[in-house]
Design a protein around this ligand. Sequence first.
Ligand code: MG
Length: 155
Amino acid sequence: MKKIIYIDMDGVISDFDKARRNSPLCNTSPYKGRPDRIPNIYKDLEPIVGAIEAVNKIMANDNFETFFLSTPPWDNPDGWKHKRLWIEKYFGNSARHKLILTARKDLNIGDYLIDDSKFRGQQKFKGEWIEFGSKKFPDWQCRFNLLKLNFLINI
Ligand SMILES: [Mg+2]
């Protein structure tokens, strides 16, 4: 049976933090402290270094079924659309129907969750939460840790 792997977007494959830092609105009212509300902030996010290549390899592996699992900005409905378009831009048709938007990641059943945050149910996820950005799994270049999952043996 295929293992199910969920991959978070912001901070894992899309560089929301860079867009926030570069936005002239991020320190102005009403966006200070709420960068997720900045108009079009989710549009044209740059990929995290190495993410596209690594995720393409995971998606191409027949042992895994891959989904993107992201919490959308409730107060910024355009962000929902931009997440969907971002996934298509970088992963094309193979990502069709593979995007799940939720604020309760623990409710999704699966084997692995690659995620940089702990505030959306990640700690209660029934599979293994791989904390992206942690010492153990700092970035997509750290292949030793990817090998632990046995899905990038041939990287
Ligand atoms: Mg994240």
